[in-house]
Design a protein around this ligand. Structure first.
Ligand code: HEC
Length: 160
């Protein structure tokens, strides 16, 4: 790059022809203004897309993030319940589309686990397909752990 260049010799914007009162650039945007405007538009679009995607990521992992953060210690049964079960069994586990879970709260851990993971109750019933088989679905995007199931059942036992 040479610093001595002062510009193109024959500038396209050399000015109005003699006799003209206004140059075309007084009435319309200059090429530079248009370029700046387009750049701002492109930036805004990119920012909007990025913000939208970030929002989606947040929404998609909100439930799981809580759980993942907790798996190192004791899983948060209330959060797991809210994220996976409340939509069908009610926010208070009192029943909605699915039945109230007060009885299963008292099942053995093995019986409760069997029902939630495989859809079979301790008395040998096969639950309807509406009830997810969480061994396949997972509770936070990965295979459910016994600690998670115990935490959910413990949480249910805190419900009246
Ligand atoms: C998509 C809706 C839905 C979701 C989500 C759901 N369930 Fe269910 N659940 C049902 C339905 C419907 C039944 C009743 C099925 C039947 O009786 O055949 C049921 C039955 C059950 C039963 C057996 C209840 C009984 O007394 O026989 C248990 C235990 C249970 N669900 C636990 C859970 C847990 C724990 C979660 C979350 C990890 C959960 N469910 C998520 C719909 C759901």
């Amino acid at each position: 790059m040479s610093g001595s260049r002062t510009g193109p010799p024959a500038a396209p914007h050399a000015g109005p022809p003699a006799g003209s009162l206004t140059s075309p650039e007084d009435r319309w945007f200059t090429r530079r203004q248009v370029t700046a405007f387009m750049t701002v538009l492109a930036l805004a679009a990119a920012l909007g897309t990025a913000a939208y995607q970030a929002g989606e990521r947040l929404a998609g992992t909100a439930g799981g993030a809580v759980v993942t953060a907790a798996t190192g210690t004791v899983p948060d049964g209330g959060a797991l319940y809210a994220g996976n079960c409340a939509g069908c069994h009610g926010a208070d586990a009192g029943g909605a589309l699915g039945p109230a879970l007060s009885a299963p709260a008292g099942w053995s851990a093995a019986g409760f686990t069997q029902a939630v993971l495989h859809g079979r109750t301790p008395d040998g019933r096969t639950l309807s397909a509406v009830m997810p088989r969480f061994d396949a679905a997972g509770l936070d995007g990965s295979a459910p752990t016994q600690a998670q199931l115990n935490a959910i059942q413990a949480y249910l036992n805190t419900r009246p």
